[in-house]
Design a protein around this ligand. Structure first.
Ligand SMILES: *Cc1c(COP(=O)(O)O)cnc(C)c1O
Ligand code: SF4
Length: 364
């Protein structure tokens, strides 16, 4: 315990020093900019808010939100690190970033037909430990079950696998599965969030995948660069840049406000080092179900060289039905978006269906 406290205290001390230096020298960039770079992503993660009380007090929200938050929190705990919180408007219960992370009373309302705990029936596609193989040429490898943030609309809310990690034997079995299937040319690190693993651990994982000759591409599905932009470390970039595999990073942003200057800088650095960066979003009622929100998101992503990839129809997971947007509204949004943006900034509207051989295209 004292050790952890000491580790957390050091960056605070450094931050105080920087603020002092800044007052003396106005030519040094803003204290906030430097302070965010001084804290390691693990420190930021360790200091994440994980109670409704802390969230409501940090964001100066109406205390009445507390009672509403508790039932949802007990099912799927609040978890939000500071960099994401810093982009939320204080006191505004309608903030599009807040709505992604604050449990509300609607989570407990009875769900319409079709909603359940495992809408994608992923249990059946679990061919080996840590492997989800549903589409011919590519497999998901669940490198880490934990996430840096708990998104209220996520199917993870029903799986208590938050810190699951493959043991050595299971890990070997997962790799053996890929090795024995020459159809697989792409491995997708997924989770949870694969970037919750340390750089050293990722190095080992990537090396093992590089040793399988028929794999040519490595994809990383992650929300961490958005939640904690410091996660894009020098070590990570240089490991990805020197891989023999083509590397694609698919990040997850739902609203333009999630991309501040730090996030943008991290994303642009990936691009600069030869990593293709794509974005997937979930279409969420009250968050991004308007043409202006979607077009601003695409424009903002492209400012930092990121291309939109998928816009997902919500998975029908119980507790998330209040985020649902009807297919008809989703298609009309896409029609308008197509008339607003260049084609390369229009994501594909898709749904994931249990048993399908790919995502199901809803638009175009
Ligand atoms: C989404 C998904 C993929 C990747 O699909 P792409 O269309 O290639 O992006 C692969 N496997 C599973 C199980 C998926 O859900
Ligand atoms: S898997 Fe993605 S959407 Fe789900 S909680 Fe983690 S970061 Fe959020």
């Amino acid at each position: 315990m004292p050790k952890a406290v000491a580790a957390q205290n050091t960056p605070d001390a450094v931050r105080a020093l920087i603020i002092l230096m800044n007052t003396a020298n106005p030519n040094i960039p803003s204290a906030q900019l430097i302070a965010q770079d001084v804290d390691s992503w693990q420190t930021v993660m360790a200091n994440a808010i994980h109670t409704p009380e802390a969230l409501i007090s940090r964001l100066k929200l109406d205390p009445a939100a507390l009672d509403a938050a508790y039932p949802g929190h007990r099912q799927f705990a609040v978890r939000v690190p500071e960099p994401y919180l810093s982009r939320i408007e204080l006191g505004n219960l309608d903030d599009p970033l807040l709505k992604q992370i604050l449990p509300v009373a609607d989570e407990g309302a009875p769900a319409p037909a079709g909603y359940g705990p495992d809408p994608l029936a992923e249990a059946h596609a679990n061919k080996a430990p840590g492997i989800v193989h549903k589409y011919k040429s590519r497999v998901l490898l669940i490198a880490n079950g934990a996430c840096a943030i708990n998104c209220r609309y996520c199917f993870r809310r029903h799986f208590p696998y938050s810190d699951n990690r493959l043991g050595r034997h299971e890990w070997d079995q997962a790799l053996e599965y890929v090795r024995a299937n020459p159809d697989i040319n792409e491995v997708i690190l997924s989770g949870g969030d694969p970037l919750m693993s340390t750089d050293a651990r990722l190095d080992t994982i990537i090396s093992s995948i590089e040793n399988i000759p028929h794999v040519t591409r490595l994809r990383i599905h992650t929300r961490l660069p958005i939640v904690i932009p410091q996660r894009i470390t020098e070590a990570l970039i240089s490991r990805l840049e020197t891989s023999r595999l083509a590397v694609i990073m698919v990040v997850h942003v739902n609203h333009a406000n999630e991309i501040d200057e730090h996030v943008g800088h991290s994303l642009a650095r990936l691009f600069k080092h030869g990593i293709h960066v794509l974005n997937q979003s979930v279409l969420l009622k009250g968050i991004n179900d308007r043409v202006d929100a979607l077009s601003q998101l695409s424009e903002r992503l492209f400012e930092y060289k990121v291309l939109p990839y998928y816009l997902h129809i919500l998975d029908r997971v119980s507790g998330a039905h209040h985020f649902e947007v009807s297919d008809a509204h989703a298609k009309s949004l896409m029609d308008e978006l197509q008339g607003t943006l260049p084609g390369f900034l229009v994501p594909k509207l898709v749904r994931e269906e249990a048993g399908a051989h790919s995502k199901t295209l809803i638009y175009p």
